[in-house]
Design a protein around this ligand. Sequence first.
Ligand SMILES: [Fe+2]
Length: 151
Amino acid sequence: MPRTPETVYFEGASVFDACILAQFDLCQRLENLADSLPFKVDTRAAAILAKQLQSTLRRCHRLEETIIFPLLLKKDTKIHTVLDRLRHEHQEDEDHARDIQESIQAFVTAAHKEDAERLGYMLRCMFIPLRRHLAFECDYVMPFLLPTASQ
Ligand SMILES: [Fe+2]
């Protein structure tokens, strides 16, 4: 069965939605870790989060940038400045995620937990802007992929 433009955009919206949900899940897990510092940390969950953080972000960002952004540009070329900003935020988040991964791994393996305050600050500096980025994508970018009421 041939794929219509509507089908392509609908599939794009599904991919985008899955990416956004996966990243909101990361935000919740980062916040849970921050709230559990310094003595109530689930070290196993923290180690899993550290391992998944960068790879999940990279996978979502690549899907957004290679599948979703080109679809958006086909609909409206004026959106390119917005997409450039989102791409820049993706890179910042991936850089920050690398530092956080190392800090979480160091924290869960350390006998003394002196760096809890620093780690908590780093975690909040990750999930608060990431939630803002995701909210923008949900509220502003996602509607470009969905059919309007008149279609
Ligand atoms: Fe994004």
